[in-house]
Ligand binder design. Structure first.
Ligand SMILES: [Zn+2]
Length: 128
């Protein structure tokens, strides 16, 4: 399949998703207006909407990686480093990661590499 055909398919899929999102908004407004007292149903609906939102956001995480082994967090390629004194792993941009001294700073391939080598993960390496 040519790239142009692939792009066309992606673009068509996005148009369908956009239309579906508009339908979801319309239906949600109707449901909220009609069922203002049925809190459980509304909460259930809100949770489903949150899950769908996460699915849509996860599309970002399929962006082409410059380094195929790199860790992607919230759609961003991150450099993972370890502190071999505290045995904590951080992204290089983390304020705690930046405080790691040169002698204790270990370069890691990705989160899996960090875990395999016995590092605990700082909150900076979790999806938000
Ligand atoms: Zn950190």
């Amino acid at each position: 399949m040519t790239i142009n055909l692939e792009l066309k398919k992606i673009s068509d899929a996005f148009i369908r998703v956009k239309n579906d999102i508009n339908s979801i908004k319309t239906y949600m407004n109707k449901v909220y207006l009609k069922n203002q007292n049925q809190d459980n149903d509304i909460l259930k609906l809100q949770r489903q909407v949150e899950m769908l939102t996460k699915e849509i956001i996860s599309i970002k995480n399929t962006t082409v990686k410059k380094n195929p082994n790199a860790t992607i967090i919230n759609g961003e390629e991150v450099i993972v480093i370890g502190n071999n004194d505290s045995m904590m792993a951080h992204r290089s941009a983390c304020p705690y990661g930046q405080k790691v001294t040169k002698e204790h700073r270990i370069s890691l391939d990705n989160i899996e590499d960090a875990v395999k080598k016995g590092y605990k993960l700082c909150a900076c390496l979790k999806e938000k």
